[in-house]
Design a protein around this ligand. Structure first.
Ligand code: CFM
Length: 484
């Protein structure tokens, strides 16, 4: 009794939105489109404020700066500056893995907060911040730097974290980076990425020189946060191609990788949304070109390897072909195993700012079709890159509300949904196979050749679980005779 898939139509969208008051309906309609043949009016409004009263999944600037960009830098201590909740709820759930000795050169699994109380709000938290910086250095003398991640109240009461950072940086002889990522700034975590990029630009990038000369094959891997080991899988390919990955921003990375990233030949950018700012800056200031690439699924990996190799000489190009030749048969074996089980399955996605388009190729490699997708906080340039990848009669939704997504799923009945923890249990209770496409559901990596077999297995596990046959109460099944 598989539910019957129904393609999206403009009427379906209209019907779902008709539950809203006129004004809200009008505003939301601009953020949703059904792609039709020719795709004339095929665009959506994005990167604008959520309609108050509607429940969406977005995060805040603090989430984008602390959780996304700075958090994974392992040998710095990141102080969640403000009340305890922001630090507590951003603690350890993004699965950005890091190697190293805990408390010595890896502080990623820890949580540091200034734990603001009423007194700090009334009298200001600058003195407390000074004290925390001293304690950080005293307790963890090997720490390489500190970031001060502002939470909302710090901005509201006008604390001067810049001057505290400057003062303490001198006193402790340690880079201390003030980051003005108060959650109220902007309309989503996206501004937090930008603020964090700017903080790296102003306080870290170019502040240190590696003594070794810049080699012809030196690159940085930008916008890979090592979720479930993704960056490790990506580095493996790049190094087998003969490139030298000098810096990773910021999965399993160090403060030195942020300081010396002006010393490479090329920036390879996976997550465009969160790191395009700094790449443009490095291009303008240091003349380092950047290129986007996609390591999800063998088709995109192959295209990306060749595109990257084309930026280098024949040595790299030959090695690139050898890498493809080595891994393609393994990937074909994965496809041969899973494609017959997954062929034709329809997927609906809803993730942050990159994956809603980046994973489409990986699903297609398995014969699956993405019939709906959307971003929490993407901008126009992200949707411009997305539209051509979607088939006809697919629905694209920006900053979708909990109600809208549930109703689209109710009407379209996809086979699999890929989204986050806020969505997971709603859809599982509705009887839909689900995978978390932020955290990889305690799994991963999904990037690169190491990741694709795991991705394929995980999608199959979700879809083929016998649980779905038990989701309906026995007395509601037609096959069960009514007992009176
Ligand atoms: Fe980039 Fe990301 Fe993403 Fe992102 Fe995020 Fe993330 Fe994401 Mo969750 S940096 S935009 S702010 S690829 S945490 S590792 S999964 S929403 S699609």
């Amino acid at each position: 009794e598989t539910p019957k898939y129904t393609p999206a139509t403009p009427e379906m969208v209209d019907e779902v939105l008709s539950a809203y008051p006129d004004r809200a309906k009008k505003m939301r309609a601009k953020h949703i489109t059904v792609k039709t043949e020719g795709c004339a009016s095929c665009s959506v409004k994005s990167n604008s404020k959520t309609v108050p009263g509607l429940m969406t999944a977005r995060g805040c600037a603090y989430a984008g700066a602390k959780g996304v960009v700075f958090g994974p830098v392992k040998d710095m201590i990141h102080i969640s500056h403000g009340p305890v909740g922001c630090g507590y709820y951003s603690w350890g759930n993004r699965r950005n893995l890091a190697e190293g000795e805990l408390g010595v050169n890896n502080f990623v699994p820890f949580q540091f907060t200034s734990d603001f109380s009423e007194n700090d709000i009334v009298y200001g938290g600058d003195k407390k911040l000074e004290q925390i910086c001293r304690e950080v250095k005293e307790l963890f003398p090997t720490v390489k730097g500190i970031s001060v991640m502002s939470e909302c109240p710090v901005g509201l009461i006008g604390d001067d974290i810049e001057s505290v950072s400057k003062k303490m940086s001198k006193e402790l002889d340690l880079p201390i980076v003030p980051v003005r990522c108060e959650g109220f700034r902007g309309i989503s975590q996206s501004l937090g990425h930008h603020i964090a990029n700017d903080a790296v630009r102003d306080h870290l990038l170019g502040k240190k020189e590696r003594e070794e000369e810049v080699g012809p094959y030196d690159v940085s891997l930008i916008g890979d946060y090592n979720i479930g080991g993704d960056a490790w899988a990506s580095i493996k390919i790049l190094e087998e191609m003969g490139l030298r990955v000098r810096n990773v921003w910021t999965g399993d990375s160090t403060i030195e990788m942020l300081q010396t990233a002006h010393q490479v030949k090329l920036n390879l950018i996976h997550c465009y949304r969160s790191m395009n700012y700094i790449c443009k800056h490095m291009e303008e200031t240091y003349g380092i070109p950047h290129m986007e690439f996609n390591f999800f699924g063998p088709t995109k990996i192959k295209q990306s390897i060749r595109a990257i190799a084309a930026r280098f000489d024949e040595t790299i190009q030959e090695k690139a072909e050898a890498v493809i030749a080595k891994y393609e048969p393994m990937m074909q074996a994965v496809i041969d195993k899973y494609r017959p089980r997954l062929e034709g399955k329809k997927v609906m996605l809803y993730v942050g700012g990159l994956r809603p388009r980046h994973v489409i190729g990986a699903y297609e490699d398995l014969g699956m079709e993405v019939v709906g997708t959307g971003y929490e906080f993407a901008h126009k340039d992200d949707y411009d890159r997305t539209m051509p990848m979607m088939g006809d009669n697919t629905v694209i939704y920006d900053d979708v509300t909990a109600y809208e997504l549930e109703e689209f799923v109710n009407r379209m009945k996809p086979d699999l949904i890929g989204s986050g923890v806020k969505e997971k249990y709603v859809f599982e209770k509705m009887g839909y196979p689900f995978r978390q496409m932020h955290s990889w559901d305690y799994s991963g990596p999904y990037h690169a050749y190491d990741g694709f077999p795991i991705f394929a297995r995980d999608m199959d596990i979700a879809l083929s679980s016998p649980t779905w046959g038990l989701a309906k109460a026995p007395w509601k099944k037609e096959t069960v005779k009514e007992v009176r």
